[in-house]
Design a protein around this ligand. Structure first.
Ligand code: NAP
Length: 246
């Protein structure tokens, strides 16, 4: 489905980003794999990807850093000559009731989740404009659609990302570039493993499909959105939440 395309995926050392990188590679895409802290885990993902007979290069970068993300965008274009698919997946959460959210936690979450996605879209904008083709996929959240208690900064960042997705979709549509968001619900990854108190059980009990999502539930949709089958879909926000927000 993605033969010969190049995908830059942020935060792909673990969780949902890792699944998207593996799934896109299995579908023929060359992978530019961004990670921040987890060099060993990123290298292990790269080894799995190389078994699919596609290229894979690692890029260590804090996506929240405007200048570092520019350097990464330039390096990826230098190494692969092109980027067809950008997946803004890197994300963090700092759960707390709003009274206990520190300024630093608020800023950190906004910087990685919202500004980090903006950074990559901005830096790769000229390349997408020039190639007159391509796909951007932003990993948002149902929190950005519905709000969520204990997730003020996280929900705000994802709501902003959804607005950014629609804006970029409008700006780049004339150039043949699509931009969509995926809004996962509760997916079993490192991010959700430490949910405090009975929040996890309560959440799980309210999922109509009666289980937590798997990273692969999200990656299948990402592959579809990156494929030519989704060429006429842009500016959409698609939930992958087992029915949680019906
Ligand atoms: P995860 O397992 O905690 O993985 C997060 C990934 O983001 C890691 O690869 C991490 O890289 C990377 N990352 C964090 N800060 C970064 C930075 N400053 N620069 C570059 N990379 C950075 O989380 P996940 O559950 O897979 O989440 C992936 C995305 O899905 C996030 O945007 C999250 O908000 C969204 N999402 C998740 C859920 C869920 O239930 N899990 C639900 C809705 C939305 P290193 O390990 O290398 O630092």
């Amino acid at each position: 489905m993605l033969n010969g395309k190049t995908a830059l995926i942020t935060g792909a050392s673990r969780g949902i980003g890792r699944a998207i990188a593996l799934d896109m590679a299995q579908n023929g895409a060359n992978i530019a794999l961004n990670h921040f802290g987890e060099a060993e885990e990123a290298e292990a993902v790269r080894e799995l990807i190389l078994r699919e007979n596609v290229r894979c290069e690692l890029y260590e970068c804090d996506v929240a850093d405007f200048h570092a993300s520019k350097r990464m965008a330039d390096d990826v274009i230098r190494d692969f000559s092109r980027v067809d698919i950008l997946v803004n997946n890197a994300g963090i959460a700092r759960d707390n009731p709003i009274l206990r959210v520190s300024e630093k936690d608020y800023d950190d979450v906004m910087d990685v989740n919202l500004k980090g996605s903006f950074n990559l879209m901005k830096h790769l904008y000229p390349a997408f404009m020039k190639s007159r083709a391509g796909t951007i996929i932003n990993i948002a959240s149902i929190c950005g659609l519905h709000g969520w208690a204990w997730q003020a900064s996280y929900a705000a960042s994802k709501g902003g990302l959804i607005a950014l997705t629609k804006t970029v979709a409008k700006e780049l549509a004339g150039r043949g570039v699509t931009c969509n968001a995926i809004a996962p619900g509760f997916i079993a990854t490192d991010m959700t493993v430490g949910l405090q108190g009975d929040r996890k059980e309560t959440l799980l009990a309210s999922i109509p499909l009666t289980r937590a999502g798997r990273p692969e539930d999200v990656s299948k949709l990402a592959v579809f959105l990156a494929s030519d089958w989704a060429a006429y879909i842009t500016g959409e926000v698609i939930k992958v939440d087992g029915g949680l927000c019906i």
